[in-house]
Design a binder for this molecule. Structure first.
Ligand code: GAR
Length: 213
């Protein structure tokens, strides 16, 4: 049984998809804590509903980024977290967290990286006029959305898409690929070699147009 710690800043629909995947038996894991940087994040309500501890840690209450991320890493360690999930956590992870959980932090990003990193990935894709967009689950390194890619899912992007319509289409895929990537990890099927993530057993499934669920 894999112990997860989830970091989220907002609505928490990806957090919910992970909870649902655990409850349906798709994921053999447990979430020991939700950490948020926003006390009014809806993710907190979701945690409460499912008896998951919710911890609010705000950067402004700490001397600097290092102090903040040391506290976050310590809180995760204390609760036995083995894999850290950034589910709509709108901050760049700090060094103390990355050092403690090297290649054990996963982030989901609403674009096909390395295109459109950072905030508003979907709007960047709409404004650029791409014909295919999607989402990426990757391990977190020191950069902004630069870590080794685990799984990507593609969706069409239409000329009349808005940020909202494209986001909605991508989000449906996010809710499938994130649990899928965590499942690959929990089955011991992922290893990192330089920039590349090797998916053992089923190479085809890390490039997803119709996610296998
Ligand atoms: C998701 O679309 C996620 O990919 C994105 O924020 C949204 C959170 O939604 N993350 C980023 O943009 C990180 N750079 P949720 O709170 O409903 O899961």
């Amino acid at each position: 049984m894999l112990t997860l710690g989830v970091l989220a800043s907002g609505r928490g629909s990806n957090f919910q998809s992970i909870i649902d995947s655990i409850e349906s038996g798709y994921l053999k894991a447990t979430v020991s804590v939700l950490i948020t940087d926003k006390s009014d994040a809806y993710a907190v309500e979701r945690a409460k509903k499912h008896n998951i501890e919710a911890l609010v840690l705000k950067p402004k209450d700490f001397a600097d980024r290092n102090a903040y991320y040391s506290q976050v890493a310590g809180a995760l360690k204390k609760r036995g977290v083995e894999l850290v999930i950034l589910a709509g956590f709108m901050r760049v992870a700090g060094k103390p967290l990355i050092d403690e959980y090297r290649n054990k932090i996963m982030n989901i990003h609403p674009a096909l990286l390395p295109s459109f990193p950072g905030l508003h990935g979907q709007k960047q894709a709409v404004d650029y006029g791409v014909k295919i967009s999607g989402c990426t689950v990757h391990f977190v390194d020191e950069g902004m959305d630069t870590g080794p890619i685990i799984v990507q899912a593609a969706v069409p992007a239409y000329h009349d898409d808005t940020e909202e319509t494209l986001s909605e289409r991508i989000l449906l895929q996010e809710h499938k690929v994130f649990p899928y990537a965590i499942r690959l990890y929990s089955e011991g099927r992922l290893s990192v070699e330089g920039r590349k993530v090797i998916v053992r057993g089923d190479m085809k499934n890390s490039c997803i147009i119709n996610p296998p669920l």
